[in-house]
Write a protein that binds this ligand. Structure first.
Ligand code: PRP
Length: 207
């Protein structure tokens, strides 16, 4: 699996804000918005473009448009905080949705919502989820996409645990991961250490 770590000073500053247990929800959401844009920026670095023509106030010159914008798939709830920020950089992108909740005892993901196009053949897909912990949720989302024919999947995760990365690699599914940090490990409760706590709760409140 190709893994890209966005190790930029501005990303580190936002990461510090969302890790900080004292950060309130509005500040957390703002930092997540900024980090998402940085992840999308890196994830689209090699995106193919087609040439167009553009008339400036002075002269005609070459312009560009994305040849094949990705389908954006936020994983609810926590991925919702990455959806609008991604759309802001990719306004021509379509969006699908997957709702998953991790059972706190078994750590297994439970699917409660799927809204995806029938066929994803030939379409790049960006999965948006702030956290890759055990990898169960992301793998579930990936499998929903591959059964629809997706074969160019990029996972955008603010934080990734080594255990989750290994699980995705062991799946054998060709994937790319773009993250702002590979953290140390998971604790006994399946939380990323040092991590940021629960990204859904910190954005939207505990349920
Ligand atoms: C969190 C997070 C990921 C998942 C990561 O969601 O947003 O989706 O857990 O854990 P995993 O890699 O071990 O599967 P959660 O299930 O807490 O739901 P929420 O987004 O509704 O808070």
């Amino acid at each position: 699996m190709e893994t890209i770590v966005v190790d930029h000073p501005l990303a580190r500053v936002r990461l510090t804000a969302i890790r900080d247990a004292r950060t309130d929800s509005p500040t957390f959401r703002a930092a997540l918005w900024d980090l998402t844009r940085m992840l999308v920026y890196e994830a689209t670095r090699a995106a193919p473009v087609t040439e167009t023509k553009v008339m400036t106030p002075v002269a005609k010159t070459t312009g560009y448009e994305l040849a094949n914008p990705p389908l954006l798939v936020p994983v609810l709830r926590a991925g919702l905080g990455m959806a609008e920020a991604s759309m802001a950089l990719l306004p021509s992108a379509q969006m699908g949705f997957v709702g998953l909740a991790r059972d706190e005892e078994t750590l297994q993901p439970r699917s409660y919502m799927e809204s995806l196009p029938e066929s994803l053949e030939g379409r790049p897909v960006f999965i948006l989820d702030p956290m890759l912990a055990t990898g169960g949720s992301l793998l579930h989302a990936v499998q929903l996409l591959t059964t629809r024919g997706a074969d160019e999947i990029t996972c955008l995760c603010v934080l990734a645990a080594p255990e989750g990365i290994t699980r995705l690699e062991e799946s054998g599914i060709p994937l790319r991961l773009v993250t702002a940090s590979i953290d140390e490990r998971l604790n006994d409760s399946g939380f990323i250490v040092p991590g940021l706590g629960d990204a859904g709760d910190r954005q939207f409140g505990a349920v």
